[in-house]
Ligand binder design. Structure first.
Ligand SMILES: C[S@@+](CC[C@H](N)C(=O)[O-])C[C@H]1O[C@@H](n2cnc3c(N)ncnc32)[C@H](O)[C@@H]1O
Length: 221
């Protein structure tokens, strides 16, 4: 961890090198017991409704999936993907039956076009290699039905940008500074229509829609 830097404080608990159970315990502490409230704001922003099909990218231990599950209900489906097998095993063991989990990467989704109503993701895009992020967003667009929504949350831009840029560059993580700004730009570039952006605790999120007519989204390009 990048100890001592504001950047490290903002990122959220590290998932690498710790057990899924430890990640869950650490996350509760990290968000001062407010984890459920924070993720429930994201669930509302995702617009998920009863009976819908939701895909979570980088589901890890499946926390976001478990917060969405009661909203879509047993007539809906929540699918989580992540490359980490131990995290997926934890997610499957702790989630209701209408949540399913698969090993996959966001930049190469093993799902049909237009097969989900909602794509959700939290704290995952800064883990995806920079070269793969736009590919992953295009994959999210592809698997969403027209009019479907994406809700992507990640680390907020720093409040004191210049200071943090200097400190974080010294730690070799300069790209962490503008991860959220870049995500927002990439979603527009991919063809999403931004509906809302917001901040909840240490997370910033963007909610965007897959247009019904993608050609119209690129009409001015
Ligand atoms: C900090 S954890 C976040 C987990 C969970 N979304 C949450 O909010 O607690 C980042 C997750 O991204 C996953 N990840 C890393 N690279 C990925 C990729 N290319 N596609 C999908 N998930 C990825 C990691 O395995 C890890 O579970």
């Amino acid at each position: 961890m990048q100890s001592g830097t504001e950047t490290a404080r903002r990122r959220g608990p590290r998932s690498e090198g710790i057990s899924p159970r430890a990640y869950e315990a650490l996350s509760e502490v990290w968000y001062f017991g407010q984890r459920a409230r924070i993720w429930d704001r994201l669930v509302v922003s995702s617009g998920a409704r009863p009976g819908q099909r939701v895909l979570e990218l980088g589901c890890g231990t499946g926390y976001f999936a478990r917060r969405i599950a009661p909203v879509v209900g047993p007539s809906g489906v929540v699918v989580g993907i992540d490359p980490s097998l131990p995290s997926l095993a934890y997610a499957a063991a702790h989630s209701p039956p209408h949540c399913t989990f698969y090993p996959a990467q966001a930049q190469n989704l093993p799902f049909a076009d237009a097969s989900f109503d909602v794509v959700a993701s939290s704290l995952t895009f800064h883990h995806i290699a920079p070269d793969h992020r736009l590919v992953a967003i295009r994959e999210a667009l592809r698997v969403l039905r027209p009019g479907g929504r994406a809700c992507i949350a990640d680390v907020c831009p720093p409040r004191i940008r210049l200071l943090e840029r200097v400190v974080s560059a010294a730690h070799g993580r300069a790209e962490m500074h503008d991860i959220f700004d870049r995500l927002r730009a990439m979603m527009a570039e991919a063809g999403f229509t931004t509906m809302a952006t917001g901040r909840v605790s240490r997370l910033c999120y963007i909610t965007a829609e897959r247009p019904h007519d993608l050609t119209a989204a690129f009409a001015d390009v």
